[in-house]
Design a protein around this ligand. Structure first.
Ligand code: N01
Length: 492
C-alpha cells in the first residue's frame, strides 16, 4: 500500500478521561500533533486533578519543580526548588490557557460507561449525554479515591473529620487540637504544616516512616530572569534533574552502593530526633525506600515540638470527643484528619468498560489490574492508559512518565491516521509475558524487602515498574508489532 498523502490521512476523534496533570499532558501532545478533534471529559467542576483535590496544610511536591513540569512547557517562575501545591495547580492551569486546551475540556462530565462496538468507543455520561470516539484514553490518576479507614465509631465523632484529599477549609485550626492519622508523605507534610498553627497535634502512627531531608531554597530573581530570557536553561535544568532522579530510580530497583548511600542518609537524618525514646518510636522496622520514601525537612522538627505528640498505641475506636487507643487512653481532639492514603488499585474504575466479546474491565481485572507496558489492555482495542497499572510511579516525576506514555499513544494514533491500523490492542501472550518478566524482576527491588505499602497488590507482591524510568521510556519507544493484535483497514 502506498503512503497516504497528507490529504488522505484520517482525522481521529479522541476522548480523554480526566483533566488532571496526565490528561492535560495528553491534550497538549494531541494539539501539538495537529489533532483538534479531541475532548477531555472531567468529572469535577475544575481541572487540576490531584492538585485540585489536595489542598491540605504543608502540601509541597517532593519532586523538584523544574522536573515536575512538562518538558515542552518550561516555567521560569517556580518560586522554590520544591513547589507548594497551589503553585503547581496554577502551573497546570496556565498550561491549559497557554496551549489553548481549555476549550477542549468538558467539566462536570463523568464518564460512566464505555463500550467497544463497531470499531469505536461508545461513551455514556452520568448526565445521560452520549458520545463516541476512535480512541479512548484514561488519564484518571492513581491516587484519586480516598481510603477512609473502617475505624469503629468514626461516625460518632462530634468534631470535624475529613480525608486529606478533601480538606475542609471551613474548619478553623488555629488554637485547636488536631489528630492526624497516617504517617505517609501526606501525614508527614500535614504535621509540618500544622506546627505552630494548631494548639496541639497528635500523630497516630501505625508504622514509622523513613524520611529523606528536603532542602528547599528559593529561586533568585536573577535565576528567574535568566530562565525567562533563555528557556533552554529550563530544559537543561529538567534534563539534569531527570538524570539525578534516574540515579535514585536505579537505587530503588537494584541493590548496591547507591541504595546503601540513600539508606544511610535516611538513617543519619533520623538522628535529628534528640530524644532516644521518640527516635526509637520513629524508627521503622523495614529498609528505607521499601515504602515510598517520604521527603521532608519539616517533619522531625515539628514532631519534637512540645505541643505535638506521637501516638504509637493502636487506635481502638473513635468516640464523640476523641480517639481511644488500645491502652485505654482517650486522646481528646477537635479535628481528625485522615491521612490514610488512597485506593491505588482502582485506576479508572468505577467506570464500566466493555471490550471485545462483551468482556468487562472488572472481569479482565478479576485477578488484579494488569496492563501491557503500562499503557494498554488486551481485549480493549484503542484504549490506552496514562499512569495505568505498573507505571513507574515511585519517587520519580509523574509528568515525565505521562509524557513518555502520551508519546507512545500518539504513535498509535499516527498509524491510525496513516491508515496502517483501524484498531490495536496488546495480545494476551505479550501481556502475560510482560507481567511474568515484571514479577521475575521484583525480588531485586527495595519494595519487596518486607513492608506494607500501596505498591503491593492483592497477592502481596509489588505492582510497579521494577526497572528504571529510563527503560520505561526506551521500551515505550520500541514497538514490537508481534505484541499487538492489529486490525488493518479494509483494502479499497
Ligand atoms: O498515603 P500512604 P499518603 N489506621 O498510603 C496509615 C503521594 N504523595 O496519602 O503504613 C491507622 O502512603 C498507613 O499506615 P501503614 C505519594 O506517592 C505525594 O501519605 O499502612 N493508620 C500510612 O501511614 C504517596 O506515597 C506527595 O501502617 C492507617 C498512611 O495511613 C502517596 O501519595 C505528597 C490506617 C497512608 O499512607 C500516598 O501518600 C503526598 C488505619 N486504619 C502524597 N489506614 C508529593 O509530595 C492507613 N493508615 C509528590
Amino acid at each position: 500500500m502506498s503512503t497516504p498523502t497528507p490529504a488522505e490521512r484520517r482525522t481521529p476523534t479522541v476522548a480523554v478521561i480526566g483533566a488532571g496533570m496526565s490528561g492535560l499532558c495528553m491534550a497538549a501532545k494531541l494539539k501539538r500533533a495537529g489533532i483538534e478533534d479531541f475532548t477531555v471529559y472531567e468529572k469535577a467542576a475544575d481541572l487540576g486533578g490531584t492538585w485540585r483535590d489536595n489542598t491540605y496544610p504543608g502540601l509541597t511536591c517532593d519532586v523538584p519543580s523544574r522536573f515536575y513540569q512538562f518538558r515542552f512547557a518550561p516555567n521560569p517562575d517556580w518560586s522554590r526548588w520544591f513547589s507548594a501545591g497551589p503553585e503547581i495547580w496554577r502551573y497546570f492551569d496556565k498550561v491549559a490557557d497557554d496551549l489553548d486546551l481549555r476549550r477542549h475540556v468538558r467539566l462536570s462530565s463523568e464518564l460512566v460507561d464505555g463500550r467497544w462496538a463497531d470499531g469505536r468507543w461508545q461513551l455514556r455520561f452520568a448526565d445521560g449525554a452520549e458520545a463516541s470516539a476512535d480512541f479512548l484514553i484514561s488519564a484518571c490518576g492513581i491516587l484519586r479515591i480516598p481510603n477512609v479507614p473502617a475505624i469503629a465509631g468514626l461516625d460518632s465523632f462530634t468534631g470535624a473529620v475529613f480525608h486529606s484529599a478533601r480538606w475542609d477549609h471551613s474548619v478553623p485550626l488555629a488554637g485547636r487540637r488536631v489528630a492526624v492519622i497516617g504517617t505517609g508523605s501526606t501525614g508527614a507534610q500535614i504535621v509540618g504544616g500544622l506546627a505552630g498553627v494548631a494548639s496541639e497535634v497528635r500523630l497516630f502512627q501505625r508504622s514509622a516512616q523513613w524520611i529523606l531531608p528536603m532542602f528547599n531554597p528559593r529561586y533568585s530573581r536573577l535565576t528567574k530572569l535568566l530562565h525567562r530570557r533563555f528557556p533552554q536553561l529550563d530544559v537543561r535544568g529538567y534534563d539534569k534533574i531527570r538524570a539525578r532522579a534516574e540515579w535514585i530510580g536505579s537505587a530503588v530497583t537494584s541493590p548496591g552502593p547507591k541504595r546503601t548511600l540513600l539508606q544511610t542518609i535516611c538513617r543519619l537524618h533520623l538522628r535529628r530526633v534528640r530524644d532516644p525514646e521518640l527516635r526509637a518510636a520513629l524508627t521503622p522496622d523495614y529498609q528505607p525506600m521499601c515504602k515510598r520514601l517520604v521527603a521532608s525537612s519539616a517533619f522531625y522538627p515539628a514532631i519534637q515540638r512540645a505541643d505535638n505528640h506521637l501516638v504509637t498505641d493502636p487506635i481502638d475506636r473513635v468516640e464523640p470527643t476523641g480517639i481511644r487507643t488500645a491502652d485505654g487512653t482517650l486522646h481528646e481532639v477537635d479535628v481528625i484528619a485522615l491521612a490514610t492514603g488512597f485506593d491505588a488499585h482502582a485506576f479508572m474504575r468505577p467506570l464500566a468498560l466493555t471490550g471485545v466479546d462483551g468482556v468487562t474491565l472488572d472481569e479482565a481485572w478479576a485477578g488484579g489490574p494488569r496492563a501491557f507496558m503500562t499503557v494498554a489492555l488486551p481485549g480493549f482495542p484503542n484504549l490506552f492508559t496514562l499512569m495505568g497499572p505498573h507505571s513507574p510511579v515511585g519517587n520519580y516525576s509523574l509528568t515525565e512518565i505521562a509524557e513518555s506514555q502520551a508519546d507512545h499513544i500518539l504513535g498509535w494514533i499516527d498509524r491510525w491516521q496513516s491508515r496502517d491500523i483501524d484498531a490495536v490492542a496488546p495480545t494476551e501472550e505479550a501481556t502475560a509475558r510482560f507481567n511474568a518478566e515484571m514479577r521475575a524482576a521484583m525480588p531485586g527491588t527495595v519494595w519487596a524487602t518486607g513492608c506494607q505499602s500501596w505498591y503491593l497488590g492483592a497477592d502481596g507482591l509489588p505492582e510497579l515498574w521494577p526497572w528504571t524510568p529510563d527503560l520505561h521510556r526506551a521500551r515505550l519507544r520500541q514497538v514490537e508489532p508481534a505484541d499487538y493484535e492489529i486490525t488493518a483497514p479494509a483494502a479499497t
